[in-house]
Design a protein around this ligand. Sequence first.
Ligand code: GLU
Length: 472
Amino acid sequence: MSDVKNPKVRFAPSPTGQLHLGSARTALFNYLYAKHHDGTFYLRIEDTDKARSKQEYVEQICSSLEWLGIKWDGEPLFQSTRLNEYHDVVLTLLENNSAYRCFCSKDALETARVGGSYQYPGTCRNLSEEDIKLHMNSGEGFVVRLRVPEGETHFDDMIYGAVHVKHEEIDDFIIARSDGQPTYNLVVVVDDHEMEITHIIRGEDHISNTPKQILIYTAMGYAVPKFAHLPMILGQDKKRLSKRHGAPGVQEFKNEGYLPDALLNYLALLGWNPGSDEEIFTLDELIALFEMSHVHKKSAVYDEQKLSWISGQHMVRLGTAKILEGIHAINADWGQGFETNYLYAILEQLKQRSKSLRDFIDQSSYFFTDPQSYDEKSSRKNWKNVATSQIINVYKKRLESIEQWDANVIESTLRMTAEENDISAGKLIHPTRLALSGVSNGPSLFILMAILGKDVCIRRLNKALEIFPLQS
Ligand code: GLU
């Protein structure tokens, strides 16, 4: 057990797009860390980029977090309301000589570029008071740069271990732009200090910002928090996960009827495991188990199949009544006019095969209406000729005489028919499934037939006997 008590953490999304999987994972790990250690989890909206930040994304991010069950403490903090505070800190840094005004024009800086790599040549680092006044009086624009001292910065990342960076590798970076706007590195430090954040848990893509931020903490005399940089999430091609990989945003998972617990469970496994083989967890279990020491350095790979499997496992655990409730929340008409027991029987059969509530809807139409079309490939493969029609006809006749319509009797009748006619059971199973459902896969055929009922099965077999074999 670690001795961390009541940490304060934050999730700090920029509302320039919807909540994607990587950010959701960052939010989750912050949340788990806070809740595991009786801490506080804040939400901060980093909306200083006016051109790219949108209110609709703020709403989408908040509703995605709520849907996932990641609850933030207190009110969200909006950076756009804190421009005065940032400005004051820039002035303090200028006053205590930790920062300076840089009047270099873009063109002048461009000429100073050596090859591909760029370092600010320090032109304005040591301007005299008089020079500064002259520049200012002539109305020249300026940026504010941090005066990076000689030496090196190091920190112990909770995941990556010791990180050392020599200051000669860090430019005198900009903390306020020529329009007065503070930069990301500045505002993050000001807010994390103001919010008394103790642990900064964020994506590995920010690790190169951390030494710069530590320099600002030090220049302001602020206590430096602890840092944990979470491993990258990659696509199957080992490139950074992006839309290109078909990984939808949280909103789409919600629209598709994924279970929030399932998505959370999957996200938790992107870079963490509990130190055992167990893989299915509720949010409360994750809170109880989460330890930063079990977060890996190695990049995680987004695996859609694994997500589907985990989703299926959560579906099974959810229970049929709740599944029906969830389906009706996205489509109130589903199964209308059919008895609840009939709907339950369908859901029982489909839940192993469904990763989302929408999957149930998409896979279940033949339980309610006769097939309107038949899978082309299966038609050609499984109902090739009149020999198939003849044997299906024999089976159908036998089905007609079954009195006790249940899966076992339906199955033994099929197997007997196959045996007597010296064919494999598959030669009957595949065309029968095609005739009854129009598709080539689904739950156990015999259970499917038992659920559909005798009349429906016979009617559909008769219709298929009229259509097949297809004329080529
Ligand atoms: N707004 C930053 C992002 O979305 C957050 C960076 C941080 O957590 O410090 O990447």
